[in-house]
Design a binder for this molecule. Structure first.
Ligand SMILES: Cc1cc2nc3c(=O)[nH]c(=O)nc-3n(C[C@H](O)[C@H](O)[C@H](O)COP(=O)(O)OP(=O)(O)OC[C@H]3O[C@@H](n4cnc5c(N)ncnc54)[C@H](O)[C@@H]3O)c2cc1C
Length: 403
């Protein structure tokens, strides 16, 4: 009988929790998954997510029961409407035109809760990692040290280290350094508010006031997620005076015209919670899935930073995890236990797919840039080439060939 392969998954967010559930059920693997926060700590997941149809398609292929649970606790994302802030409709795209199934709308904390619960005892919470590095006794393997409940642990001889520790991945920093951020030139503010709109806001919708865009959708239970964007010089700090209710009204309400009732309600709701908004600058970073020297794999945000314009961050993290889980499961089932070919197969499946999703996300950001014309920007998004690319994004999930 062969010794089980030692797998350490670092970070149980979107990608890590899916993988922990799948891989810990495999008899050929000895899986440890470490998460920094406590099981009920969702302080870093305060907003809503629209998760693309492609993530649901991938998760259904990998883990139908988990996909059903995620869908049961969310609302379907079925359409994409874009209007001007006065309510003039620019386009209304049913996602059924470009996807095989709906996406979802969900609170981020709820997605974490479902995925982490799905992994059960496979995740160890409250782990403070103190060292990540090569195993000095072995050319391919790695070692990780951590403290949990005051007890110090070290695992060496790790056959496969999977960094699913998000955007500021300590795993990636340890082996190849954190990738440089490429700023897109857009600042984004996000907030989750109680739904008192009386039905004005439901499925995914965007409203433009020149180059400022509001985006909103309803998430269960009883909340509305609002995001607003501001063009900004790439890499410049976000000015503090943008964060006031007055500045938000100037940005999102049309001058000399009535705003639509939905926009009026959204701007009031945004201003009422101006102090709680989460601000960020859109950026992306160079993808990397596998380390060439060590058996280390990155998935989700640790593998690739993505402009959030098409809602593909958590979406691609789910696609990555589904792909990796399926390829590793098939390999273990067939007793193909050499780890390097798993890494090569995952990289081959995901590299071009991620470059495509990143590139499309940046191109779709055109209407958010300084001086953009939302009418022209919306027009090309209704034309065949973009519709074709959206269809490729939402339909052609890349789950790979056998490892
Ligand atoms: C405000 C906001 C709104 C967003 N909206 C959308 C959206 O609408 N649609 C969409 O698809 N994406 C969205 N995203 C992006 C999405 O949230 C991320 O792309 C996604 O969470 C990435 O998943 P992941 O598994 O790679 O990492 P994460 O979900 O970030 O998980 C990383 C995990 O690793 C843990 N961790 C980190 N470091 C360590 C360590 N040293 N030791 C142990 N554990 C560690 C963290 O606690 C966390 O649980 C949004 C992001 C933000 C910030």
């Amino acid at each position: 009988m062969t010794t089980p392969r030692k797998v350490l998954i670092l970070g149980a967010g979107v990608a890590g929790a899916i993988l922990a559930r799948r891989l810990s059920a495999l008899p050929g693997l000895d899986v440890t998954c470490l998460e920094r926060v406590a099981p009920d700590d969702h302080s870093e997941a305060g907003t809503g997510l629209n998760v693309g149809p492609n993530a649901i398609k991938a998760l259904r292929a990998c883990d139908p029961a988990l996909a059903a649970e995620v869908c049961a606790q969310s609302l379907p994302w079925q359409s994409w409407r874009t209007s001007l802030a006065d309510g003039t409709l620019l386009f209304d795209l049913p996602l059924a035109r470009v996807a095989d199934n709906a996406g979802i709308r969900i609170r981020w904390s709820e997605l974490y809760r479902i995925l982490r619960q799905g992994a059960g005892a496979a995740i160890r919470y409250g782990c403070e990692v103190s060292a990540i590095g090569p195993d000095p006794r072995d050319r391919q393997r790695t070692r990780v040290a951590w403290t949990q409940n005051g007890q110090h642990h070290t695992l060496d001889g790790i056959d496969l280290l999977i960094g699913t520790d998000g955007r500021y991945s300590a795993t990636r920093a340890a082996f190849s350094g954190l990738p440089e951020a490429r700023h897109v030139g857009v600042a984004i503010l996000r907030v989750l508010v109680e739904d008192r709109s009386g039905g004005l806001v439901d499925d995914y919708e965007q409203w433009f006031n020149r180059h400022h865009r509001l985006l909103a959708f309803r998430v269960p239970p009883g909340h509305i997620y609002i995001a607003g964007t501001y063009p900004i010089d790439a890499g410049a700090p976000i000015p503090e005076d943008w964060k006031t209710p007055e500045a938000m009204r100037r940005a999102f309400l049309p001058e000399g015209r009535e705003a639509s009732p939905a926009v009026r309600w959204l701007v009031d709701a945004l201003c009422a919670q101006a102090g709680e908004a989460h601000w960020a600058r859109m950026q992306e970073s160079e993808p990397r899935f596998a380390e060439p020297e060590r058996q280390v794999l990155y998935l989700g945000d640790s593998a690739h930073g993505m402009a959030p314009t098409l809602g593909q961050g958590a979406t691609q993290a789910m696609e990555d995890a589904s792909c990796a889980a399926m390829l590793i499961e098939a390999a273990v089932r067939d007793q193909r236990l050499a780890v390097r070919p798993w890494l090569q197969a995952i990289e081959a499946a995901r590299r071009e797919r991620i470059r495509f999703a990143m590139d499309l996300s940046v191109r779709a950001t055109d209407t958010l840039l300084q001086g953009a014309d939302p009418v022209a920007g919306a027009r090309w998004k209704t034309e065949a080439p973009f519709i074709g690319e959206l269809s490729r994004l939402f339909r052609d999930v890349a789950l790979g060939e056998r490892a």
